[in-house]
Design a protein around this ligand. Structure first.
Ligand code: NAD
Length: 359
């Protein structure tokens, strides 16, 4: 095994993964240029191209059995930044459990005759072990609580570091984080905080108002997009933890509590023609010197998948450093990479933690 390679397994070969793998390929194809948008050229000794995707799991019948480069370009994925070289990795079947929501049913079709769950579990374990996969990245749809627990247990069993990019609370749930610590398995989570996404922008603005002595009396953040993630999030039942994750991420930055009826933060609608473009509308209103009111409005227009890839490319390399150093359990770097870490920090404190961890 090449010591300097990072062997990563993917759970959910959707748009986020398509952005991550095509982003890495973009930098490979443009080595002579400054790597714009990469937060760290190296993390420890690891460069972006030390990341190798060694296994991948999905439920879509049009993705299972395809090579990774083909699966990434299969519907309903939308990312088309660069052509990928042929991959030897074949996408393998995953258990559906609660993975597919009602709104995406006609876009993601599982196998008509899925493999028996015990057999599947053994096959997955075998695939992880035989490919030398050492880190699992969870990109399941919002609302996949059972499926996420399945994969967290699989990470523990196979001693793979677990990066939980979705708003199911694993790393931020003390008892579960404790399990990872006991087994010496690193975990980073939960719910990726985009590189320049609505959450980080809203957090930083909220912190700014707080630090300058102004109150925040009311605030909202409306988000719309046109990919399967947004379509799936039309299902309110699947959204509970997403709303908690997004709301706590912002309100944690303000000392004076904002009453629940005065905060609205969440995915708001699906607009098909937006594709992977995500629009966020943020409003903050409050009082400043002499009780004088102020307000601000911001519109963010950003590619949702560049947003997640820019973070996960560093989270993977930090997870690998933890494996190299024999560190298990919850990793503090989660405060920088994730919306719902075990402990919320300000983003400048969290950045410091990442830099110190890397050193
Ligand atoms: N900026 C961001 O894009 C961002 C930020 C935070 C969190 N997230 C979260 O990351 C996750 C992935 O987002 P995405 O845009 O790639 O979604 P997506 O809908 O494009 O991809 C999900 C993939 O998972 C597969 N899948 C469904 N059920 C499965 C199961 N049981 N087992 C294995 N695979 C299954 C689908 O077939 C699909 O390929 C979502 O939960 C999203 O909310 C994304």
């Amino acid at each position: 095994m090449d010591e300097n390679k990072i062997k990563v397994g993917i759970i959910g070969v959707g748009n986020c993964f398509a952005g991550l793998i095509q982003g890495i390929e973009y930098y490979k194809q443009n080595r002579d240029k400054e790597p714009i948008g990469l937060m760290h050229k190296t993390v420890g000794s690891y460069k972006f191209d030390d990341i190798e995707f060694t296994s991948a799991f999905d439920v879509g019948e049009n993705k299972i059995g395809k090579s990774l480069d083909q699966a990434v370009c299969s519907t309903p994925n939308l990312v088309k930044w660069v052509d990928l070289p042929k991959s030897e990795v074949m996408v393998k079947e995953a258990p559906v459990l609660d993975g597919i929501g009602i709104y995406v049913e006609n876009k993601i079709k599982p196998l008509p005759n899925p493999t028996n769950s015990d057999i599947l579990k053994n096959q997955i374990e075998e695939e992880i072990k035989s490919t030398g996969t050492e880190i699992l990245v969870n990109y399941l749809p919002v609302g996949s609580q059972k499926a996420t627990l399945f994969w967290a247990a699989m990470a523990l069993k196979t001693k793979c570091a677990f990066i939980n990019c979705i708003p199911e609370f694993i790393a931020s749930e003390e008892k579960l984080a404790e399990l990872f610590k006991k087994q010496g398995v690193p975990i980073i989570g939960d719910d990726i905080k985009g590189q320049v996404g609505a959450t980080i922008v809203h957090r930083v603005l909220a912190r700014l108002c707080n630090d300058r002595g102004a109150t925040i009396d009311k605030t909202y953040q409306l988000n719309v997009g046109g990919n399967t993630d947004f379509l799936n999030m039309k299902e309110q039942e699947r959204l509970k933890s997403k709303k908690i994750s997004k709301t706590e991420s912002v309100t944690s930055q303000v000392e004076k509590e904002i009453s629940a009826e005065n905060v609205y933060i969440g995915p708001s609608d699906f607009i098909p023609f937006l594709g992977n473009t995500k629009l966020a509308f943020i409003r903050i209103e409050g009082k400043m010197f002499a009780d004088i009111p102020y307000s601000m409005e911001l519109r963010l227009d950003v590619d949702d998948k560049a947003n997640s890839g820019g973070i996960v490319v560093d989270a993977i390399r930090c997870a690998k450093l933890a494996l190299d150093r024999g560190i298990g359990g919850y990793l503090d770097v989660s405060s920088y990479f994730m919306k719902h870490p075990l402990v919320q920090k300000t983003d400048s404190e969290a950045k410091q933690i990442v830099e110190e961890f890397i050193e």
